[in-house]
Design a protein. Structure first.
Length: 389
């Protein structure tokens, strides 16, 4: 099939709506930001209360200099690095992480290190990588196709960007006035407002927002695209990092840090390799310093129990069959309905994948073979890259 024919309607849909029109159609949302001087413990509590995994970070209280985004993985990176300095280093992550491959260093030191870091400012744990593009009020006439292409698929410096932040000087109604950027248009930061004027983040648009937009308007994507399989579209998935369910959570997170991936596939055992769950940054939602005590437990138990035990608000991913443990009941007839683990295959259609990602609020789907073993992963970046060309 000709790619241009398959994707033409999707690109026309994205090109028909400007960013300003899209934002006007969305309900208002409060944007939470943090500063480099804020105590990490305070920031984590704020993240937990607002159900966030990331927020824009500024160098000062007046918010005149934007530094980038702080996310929960930055905290994990800081804890893992500091814990490794306390003793022998753990092995570098491979395509599959063995449950017997950890020296126990992370499990022994992570909780103590996390408590120490909690009393330090955010500047002590900032990672060097950024995860957002900047857009100014004067650029809101850009189409969603341009947003996808230049914001998520081909950002400046080829950094992986999952968010787009809309800025304007605080209290200014003149779009994009008195903003100083280094390095050219669309720079990722640092970015400073002239004359000490603060910077206000008015909106944050994510890859998930773009995917939900596509799903909402799927009738305009065309039946050819919706009915095409992943294999036909060339979306055969990237290499997957797998961890056994009996591996400690902190070791699985360390594997994510080393491999620079936002998620790992959780398999029942190294022998059978069947996918039973996944661990991602989203599963860290609600993370507090005290929770690092629990991260020494097996990742399978962590996911099956729904994450942090004392956090009634927390709703994590569930392993297959874990719903009985969650609700404390054994009778199958009494079990509430829980959707099966979301996966796809190479013969899954684009429409099926789009519905799963949007309906379950997921950032990726693992591609499994006929035995349920993960053989690839398809992310939102892959979907948007396909559409952007």
């Amino acid at each position: 099939m000709e790619e241009v024919d398959v994707l033409r309607q999707a690109r026309e849909l994205l090109a028909s709506v400007t960013l300003a029109e899209y934002l006007a159609s969305q309900p208002p949302r409060t944007v939470v930001s943090v500063t480099a001087a804020d105590p990490l413990s305070q920031v984590l509590r704020r993240f937990a209360s607002t159900r966030l995994v990331a927020a824009p970070c500024f160098a000062d209280e007046a918010r005149t200099r934007f530094l980038g985004f702080l996310d929960l993985m930055d905290v994990v990176v800081a804890v893992v690095d500091a814990a490794r300095h306390q003793g022998p280093a753990t092995p570098t992550a491979r395509c599959s992480i063995s449950s017997s491959g950890s020296s126990g260093t992370l499990r022994h030191h992570a909780a103590t290190v996390a408590r120490q870091l909690a009393e330090r400012p955010v500047s002590a744990v900032r990672a060097t990588a950024n995860d957002a593009q900047l857009v100014y009020q004067a650029q809101l006439g850009n189409t969603l196709l341009e947003v996808v292409r230049e914001g998520f698929v081909h950002p400046v410096d080829d950094l992986a960007c999952h968010r787009l932040a809309v800025f304007q000087p605080s209290g200014s109604e003149e779009e994009g006035k008195d903003v100083v950027m280094g390095g050219g248009s669309g720079v990722l930061g640092p970015m400073t407002a002239a004359d000490g004027v603060g910077l206000q983040v008015t909106h944050i648009v994510s890859q998930s927002d773009m995917l939900r937009f596509l799903h909402k308007h799927q009738a305009q994507l065309g039946s050819t695209l919706l009915g095409s399989t992943l294999q036909q579209l060339g979306l055969q998935g990237k290499r997957v990092l797998c961890v056994p369910a009996d591996l400690a959570v902190i070791d699985a997170l360390a594997g994510m840090v080393d491999a620079r991936v936002p998620a790992v596939a959780v398999i029942d055992s190294e022998e059978s390799g069947r996918l039973v769950g996944n661990l991602s940054i989203s599963d860290l939602r609600g993370l507090q310093p005290s929770h690092f005590e629990q991260l020494g437990e097996p990742v399978g138990d962590f996911l099956r129990d729904g994450g942090w035990r004392e956090g009634a608000r927390w709703q994590g991913a569930s392993l297959l069959g874990g719903v009985a443990v969650k609700f404390g009941i054994k009778s199958p007839e009494s079990l509430p309905h829980e959707p099966p683990l979301a996966v796809c295959r190479l013969d899954s259609t684009f429409g099926e994948v789009l519905a799963l990602l949007a309906g379950r609020h997921l950032h990726r789907l693992f591609v499994v073979d006929g035995e349920g073993r993960p053989v690839g992963v398809v992310s939102l970046t892959d979907i948007l890259s396909l559409l952007a060309g």
